[in-house]
Design a protein around this ligand. Structure first.
Ligand SMILES: Cc1ncc(COP(=O)(O)O)c(C=O)c1O
Length: 391
C-alpha cells in the first residue's frame, strides 16, 4: 500500500481481590506479588542517570527525542530489519497518542475508504480514538464465546468480506480485553488474507515483551507482515513493558515505500502533530532511550520484563490449579492459553454480579479479570469465589 499524497484488586475486602476500577486498582496496570505498583529497577537506574547528567529542559523537536525514536523502531521491527531506513517515526503520548496520530494520518492521507476495522471486542478506547481522528469504525469477528478462544474462521471471513483496500487494526500481542492471540501459523494465514484483499494493516503493540516475556516473539506478527511486504502503521507503548504508565511514552511509525517517501511522510506527521501538542514530553523518552541504548541496562530490562510476564503466567496457572483442586468440573484451560494482563474467564454477567455481591470480587461484567491483580496471597480466595459461582 502506498499513499497518494505525501504523505483487580478490590474494594475493601478483608482480603485482596481483583477489580478493574481505575480509582483504586489502576485499570490495566501491573502489580507485584504484594499487589503494589512496581517500578522496574532498570527504570530507576536509567532515571538516576538521566537526572545525574543534568540535561537542560529545552523543547524536544516535534517528533520527540531522536535517541528514543531510533531505538523504539529497532525494538519493534528488529535490529536487522531492512525496513528500518524507510520507517517514519514520531514519539507519541504513549500508545493512545500513537493511535490518535495514526488515526489522523490515515483520515487525511489514506487513499481508500476512511474506515478502520477493529476486532470485536477490542480495547475499550479504540473506537473513540479512531472516531475522533476522523475515521469510521467497523468491527471484525475475533472472539468465540463458545470456545473462549479465537474465532479464526470468522476473522478470516470478515477480512475477505471487507471492501478491497480497507484498513485493519490488529493487536500485535496480548489482545485486550480477551488475552486471546492468533498463533504464528494463524498470523501467516491472516497476512495472506490481508494481502490478497489489498488491505492496509495498522498494528497496536501495547505489550511488547510483556505478553510472552520475549520481545521478539511478541513482535512476530508485525515483523512477519513487514517481511511479507506490508508497509504497516504501528503504535508502540512503553507503559506496560517499562512500567512507564504516567510518563506517557510511546511511538507511532509507518513503514514507507522508499527513503524518499519516508521524508514526505515525516514532514506530514510534523504538520499533524504541531497543532495537536507542538512536541512531546522529554523525561520518559530520556529514560526509555537510556535503557534501550545502554547494553547493560537493556539486558537487565529484558530480564525484568520477562519477570513481569512470568509472574502473570504463573498466576494464571495457579488460578487454574486452584480451581481444579477445588473440584471444578469446568475446563479452565483458556485461563492459561490466554496471554497478557487480562483473562476472559467465560463467566456470565450474572456470575460476575454474584462474584461482586457475594464474594466482594470486582471485575467487569463481560467476565474479564485483571491477572495483574492476582497474587499468591489472594489466588486461593479468588478461585474459591469463582468455584462457588460456577460450580
Ligand atoms: C490494546 C491497547 N492499546 C493501547 C493502550 C494504550 O495505553 P497507553 O496510552 O497507556 O500506552 C492500551 C492500554 O491499556 C491497550 O491495552
Amino acid at each position: 500500500m502506498t499513499f497518494h499524497r505525501p504523505f483487580l484488586v478490590s474494594r475493601k475486602l478483608s482480603r485482596p481481590t481483583l477489580s478493574t476500577r481505575r480509582s483504586t486498582s489502576g485499570v490495566g496496570a501491573y502489580r507485584d506479588d504484594a499487589g503494589k505498583p512496581y517500578v522496574l529497577p532498570s527504570v530507576r537506574q536509567a532515571e538516576e542517570k538521566v537526572i545525574a547528567s543534568r540535561l537542560n529542559k529545552e523543547y524536544a523537536g516535534i517528533t520527540g527525542v531522536p535517541e528514543f525514536t531510533k531505538a523504539a523502531a529497532v525494538l519493534a521491527y528488529g535490529k536487522d530489519s531492512p525496513a528500518l531506513d524507510r520507517v517514519a517515526i514520531t514519539q507519541s503520548i504513549s500508545g493512545t497518542g500513537a493511535l490518535r496520530i495514526g488515526g489522523a494520518f490515515l483520515a487525511r492521507f489514506f487513499p481508500g475508504a476512511k474506515t478502520i476495522y477493529i476486532p470485536q471486542p477490542s480495547w475499550a478506547n479504540h473506537a473513540a480514538v479512531f472516531k475522533d481522528s476522523g475515521l469510521a469504525v467497523e468491527k471484525y469477528a475475533y472472539y468465540n464465546k463458545e470456545t473462549i478462544g479465537l474465532d479464526f474462521e470468522g476473522m478470516i471471513a470478515d477480512i475477505n468480506k471487507a471492501p478491497n483496500g480497507s484498513i485493519f487494526l490488529f493487536h500485535a500481542c496480548a489482545h485486550n480485553p480477551t488475552g486471546v492471540d492468533p498463533t504464528p501459523e494463524q498470523w501467516k494465514e491472516i497476512e495472506a488474507a490481508v494481502k490478497a484483499k489489498g488491505h492496509y494493516s495498522f498494528f497496536d503493540m501495547a505489550y511488547q515483551g510483556f505478553a510472552s516475556g520475549d520481545i521478539h516473539k511478541d513482535a512476530f506478527a508485525v515483523r512477519h507482515f513487514v517481511a511479507q511486504g506490508h508497509n504497516v502503521a504501528l503504535s508502540q507503548s512503553f507503559a506496560k513493558n517499562m512500567g512507564l504508565y504516567g510518563e506517557r511514552i510511546g511511538a507511532f511509525s509507518i513503514v514507507c515505500e522508499s527513503a524518499e517517501e519516508k521524508k514526505r511522510v515525516d514532514s506530514q506527521i510534523k504538520i499533524l502533530v504541531r497543532p495537536m501538542y507542538s512536541n512531546p514530553p522529554i523525561h520518559g523518552a530520556r529514560i526509555a532511550a537510556e535503557i534501550l541504548n545502554t547494553p547493560a541496562l537493556y539486558d537487565q530490562w529484558l530480564v525484568e520484563v520477562k519477570e513481569m510476564a512470568d509472574r502473570i503466567i504463573t498466576m494464571r496457572a495457579l488460578l487454574k490449579e486452584n480451581l481444579e483442586k477445588l473440584g471444578s468440573k469446568h475446563d479452565w484451560s483458556h485461563i492459561t492459553s490466554q496471554i497478557g494482563m487480562f483473562a476472559y474467564t467465560g463467566l456470565s454477567p450474572e456470575q460476575m454480579d454474584a462474584l461482586a455481591k457475594e464474594h466482594s470480587v470486582y471485575a467487569t461484567r463481560d467476565g474479564r479479570i485483571s491477572v495483574a491483580g492476582i497474587t499468591t496471597g489472594n489466588v486461593g480466595r479468588l478461585a474459591e469465589a469463582i468455584f462457588k459461582v460456577t460450580g
